[in-house]
Design a binder for this molecule. Structure first.
Ligand code: XIL
Length: 298
């Protein structure tokens, strides 16, 4: 096939992009989006600050624009993200204890209910593990409501939208290391206790290298009985960019439970990593060597 999405589909995978509602009117952007991708993720529009700017008042206008864009393309829509320590509305940042716990679970229930039946996979919890060698949870206002906040969120999401795959999503979990092993142990525990979890997202915000055990790490999670997905792929521009993109693509194809890859933006100029040129299309929308590398790998 001649596009990322069609080539991935031939391998029973999807190839997606994070998109921004405010860019959908850009003709180059929307041409590449509709031609190349068969999954979309809201870059910001479904986050807590965007969907519940004041407590109990939900705004879905921009999130719905992302959903409708994906639906009109026949694409999968990944939901990102129900709970995260970042991009919380100010009112939530100032809560703690049971007031925060109740607000967080209500947020999960309300947003997952609004999008019920329309989301392929939700990032229910994002980035809850600490960096470094501890393998422990990250300290956050949510973590301080009790260690069971993650399972409570997954149970609420399952109750609200039984059809959506429920994912845990994180970064720097792209190889076998203390952080990814912390996540691994949580997923193993959830599976053993019947806490609903269906998938693990590996953000894969990569620099100029990739862990040699990238595929092995995906496989060890898959072996726990969850799907795995590459959820926010971008790779610093350098001599190795095209090779690293191919390595990620080949790893996903080699792991039968790796269901798809999402890049975190379309053109380099759309990237949150300003100046790193980490994406598949240049600022003018031309295909880069990294694009060809991915397409050839698929
Ligand atoms: C980023 C967006 O790309 C930016 O536009 C925003 O200002 C900050 O968040 N991990 C995640 C994503 O899970 O939600 C983040 O997205 C990038 C890091």
């Amino acid at each position: 096939a001649t596009t990322l999405g069609a080539s991935a589909a031939a391998k029973n995978r999807y190839f997606g992009a994070a998109i921004a509602a405010g860019k959908l009117g850009d003709s180059t952007y929307s041409r590449i989006l509709t031609t190349e991708f068969n999954s979309v993720t809201a870059e910001n529009e479904m986050k807590w600050d965007a969907t519940e700017p004041s407590q109990g008042r939900f705004t879905y206008t921009n999130g719905d624009r992302i959903l409708n864009q994906g639906t009109s393309m026949g694409a999968k829509v990944r939901g990102h993200a129900l709970l995260w320590h970042q991009q919380q509305p100010g009112w939530a940042q100032s809560l703690s204890g049971s007031a925060l716990r109740n607000a967080a679970i209500n947020h999960v229930t309300q947003v997952a209910t609004h999008y019920k039946g329309k989301i392929y996979a939700w990032d229910v919890v994002n980035e809850a593990f600490a960096d470094g060698g501890s393998g422990a949870r990250r300290d956050s206002n949510l973590q301080r409501t009790g260690n069971d906040w993650i399972e409570a969120a997954f149970r609420a999401a399952r109750a609200a939208d039984p059809a959506a795959k429920l994912c845990y999503n994180d970064y720097n979990t792209d190889g076998v290391n203390a952080k990814s092993t912390g996540v691994y142990n949580m997923v193993r525990d959830f599976k053993s206790r019947g806490v609903p979890i269906d998938c693990v997202g590996f953000q894969s915000h990569l620099g100029t290298g990739i862990p040699s055990d990238y595929q092995a790490n995906l496989q060890r999670f898959a072996d726990l009985g969850v799907d795995v997905q590459i959820t926010e792929l971008d790779v610093a521009q350098g001599s190795n960019q095209a090779n690293i993109y191919a390595t990620v693509t080949n790893a996903c194809l080699a792991v039968s439970r790796c269901t798809g890859i999402t890049v975190w933006g379309i053109r380099d100029s759309d990237s949150w990593r300003t100046g790193e040129n980490p994406l598949l299309f240049d600022n003018s929308g031309n295909k880069k060597a990294a694009y060809t590398s991915v397409l050839n790998a698929l």
